[in-house]
Design a protein around this ligand. Structure first.
Ligand SMILES: [Mn+2]
Length: 322
């Protein structure tokens, strides 16, 4: 049930709008948050992007990043527009206070969206919330400036993993064509989001790649990361975020894993990615973890070698080759 007309009417009527997104924000969350804020300000409204959580380091360059604030008096705003947030409790610590606002506008692309707004625009087949905003902003009368174009392009580009994952669709690609025509800085987006790295992080990748191990006739591919290596290079766990993509890329791999030694006594954190048609959340569950069918995680007691041996056994069972 969509009320696009009501969403437009509420945003038009509001003189001040607090714009909100989900915790642990990604490119779509930040692109939508700041893209809508730019558009509302260009329409002469007072718009504030509410920063529920730490901005990821790879996004600090985006236009409007300096506007983010944690200091917002909800009652002072005519409306609260929540973006890219399927479940109300993902809005962060103040989610109940936000929900109690009389004019919450919910714009999202998660099919599981709870329709918590007074007006809801939920397009479950859209690639991203930023793609929905590409259609919504002109309806509001807002021009797509180069800054807005860059932000919305960022959202579509990241939620489709560079136009590669199953969220990619003709409407998303057409929207990106329009955004590039409007001045989106697609080269900076590509560079800052997926190319830029540090020498230390590259050195860490080298050490982790050296641990690559192939089991089960090529179907199980994984790597491990020692705490000592992170410490020596002055890095943290965030620096390992995309490393699991390397074993996942190996031709013939049915499942990929990455294990990381956590600070303290004998605790290991694992990430699993399924390529074959198996449910890795069930494998993570055997260690007390969970997640999705294609991507899951867990924590386990033991050394890297012990957890690796146990994990490979569970994965062989899941693949039906044990
Ligand atoms: Mn999204």
């Amino acid at each position: 049930m969509n009320d696009q007309a009501k969403v437009i009417a509420m945003l038009r009527a509001a003189r001040s709008v607090l714009v909100v997104t989900h915790e642990n924000p990604d490119g779509d969350a930040i692109g939508g948050l700041l893209g809508l804020t730019h558009a509302l300000r260009n329409l002469g409204k007072q718009a504030t992007p509410y920063d529920v959580d730490r901005m990821p380091g790879y996004l600090t360059w985006v236009p409007g990043a300096a506007w983010l604030t944690n200091d917002a008096d909800l009652a002072a705003y005519d409306a609260v527009c929540v973006l890219d947030c399927g479940a109300a409790n993902r809005m962060g610590p103040r989610w109940q206070e936000i929900l109690a606002h009389p004019r919450v506008v919910d714009v999202d692309h998660h099919p599981t969206n709870e329709h918590y707004g007074a007006a809801n625009l939920v397009e479950g087949t859209a690639s991203s919330t930023s793609e929905i905003l590409c259609r919504l902003l002109p309806e509001l009368g807002a021009a797509i400036t180069p800054a807005i174009a860059t932000l919305l392009y960022l959202g579509i580009y990241t939620d489709t993993t560079m136009f590669q994952n199953s969220a990619t669709n003709p409407a998303a690609l057409r929207a990106c064509g329009d955004l590039v025509a409007a001045g989106a800085d697609f080269q900076t987006v590509a560079r800052r989001v997926y190319i830029d790295t540090s020498a230390a992080r590259l050195a860490m990748l080298g050490r982790v790649l050296a641990t690559l191990q192939v089991d089960d006739g090529g179907k199980i591919v994984g790597m491990v990361c020692r705490k000592k290596d992170l410490d020596e290079l002055g890095l943290g766990p965030d620096d390992l975020e995309t490393f699991v993509e390397h074993p996942r890329a190996v031709i013939g791999a049915g499942v990929a894993y990455m294990l990381r030694e956590v600070d303290g006594a004998g605790l290991v954190k694992g990430s699993l990615r399924a390529i074959a048609d198996i449910d890795v959340s069930l494998v993570a569950g055997r260690f007390g973890g969970g997640g999705h069918k294609k991507a899951a995680g867990f924590r386990a007691k033991g050394t890297l070698a012990e957890v690796r041996a146990q994990l490979i056994e569970y994965l062989r069972q899941a693949l039906g080759t044990a």
